[in-house]
Design a protein around this ligand. Structure first.
Ligand code: BTX
Length: 250
């Protein structure tokens, strides 16, 4: 179904009825030399992954479970910018379908506080160069009912719009938006991505608590910097720069 307007995404597509995790498959394919823009799509994931060992529920035919193999010309410390590109693309694509969603730093797409989509970026890099980046995207499209654990924290396009949504359309919209904002990143116009991200986000200006691997930080999220790190002003006035972690909005 490769859309004619797409330049590099989907030049090669691996499609599965069922798979463990599209990100895991993408990693193997990337190591085997599959090119920039290769897509891995599955109707269902039996071991869909979230961050830090968490699970991502990926029921059959209900969502978009997708990974992209990217070989960006960026330094390793710039790689997190790609997560912001994916978040903007995901928010823009779902908004096209009438969903007033927002981005929660760094990788959640929320609708009325519930998770509509998630992004898992995995980077393989040497000290001075990136080998490849896998961007995994899960969008809940036609899920009618979530498991008991997710019911209060997850939502889908179907549950919001109260009608089935064409997954292919959402997928193509996402891929087009991703290419558009990724090209900005390649051209050194990341400021435009940041501007969009800021217009769509629901984290800046909020009191937040960051649960990191080793410590917790509380304060006001007042901005993101040019690499996409979240800047927090703590109660004592000092500023912390956060590159990864879980944010709870207060
Ligand atoms: P995350 O760690 O931010 O979110 C994971 C958490 O989200 C889970 O612990 C659970 O509470 C909740 N959750 C699980 N499944 C769903 C769901 N379907 N909808 C809403 N909330 C859910 C977010 O990680 C990154 C997810 C990336 C998923 C894609 S799918 C294609 C690719 N392959 C793969 O294995 N993962 C990525």
């Amino acid at each position: 179904w490769k859309d004619e307007e797409l330049k590099f995404l989907g030049n090669k597509i691996y499609y599965y009825e069922s798979i463990g995790s599209t990100n895991e498959k993408a990693k193997i394919l990337a190591v085997n030399g599959e090119p920039h823009g290769t897509l891995i799509l599955s109707e269902k994931q039996t071991m869909g992954k979230g961050r830090i060992g968490r699970k991502w529920e990926s029921p059959k035919n209900e969502g978009i479970w997708l990974s992209m193999i990217l070989r960006p010309n960026l330094s390793p410390e710039e790689a997190p910018k790609i997560t912001l590109v994916a978040a903007v693309a995901c928010a823009k694509a779902t908004r096209k379908h009438g969903i007033n969603c927002a981005i929660k730093w760094p990788n959640d797409i929320l609708y009325e506080g519930k998770k509509l989509a998630g992004i898992l970026t995995e980077i393989s890099a040497e000290i001075d160069r990136i080998n490849h980046v896998i961007v995994g995207v899960g969008i809940n499209v036609n899920t009618k009912k979530f498991s008991v654990e997710l019911e209060s924290i997850a939502t889908s396009l179907y549950l919001i719009k109260k009608e089935p949504v064409d997954r292919k359309k959402v997928l193509i919209d996402f891929l087009k938006e991703f290419e558009y904002f990724y090209s900005k990143l390649e051209k050194g116009e990341f400021q435009d991505v940041l501007k969009e991200w800021k217009a769509l986000n629901c984290t800046i200006g909020r009191n937040v608590k960051i649960i990191g691997k080793t410590k917790e930080i509380e304060g006001i999220a007042f901005d993101i910097d040019e690499l996409g790190a979240l800047l927090i002003r703590k109660n004592d006035g000092s500023v912390e720069r956060i590159l990864s972690g879980d944010v709870s909005l207060r």
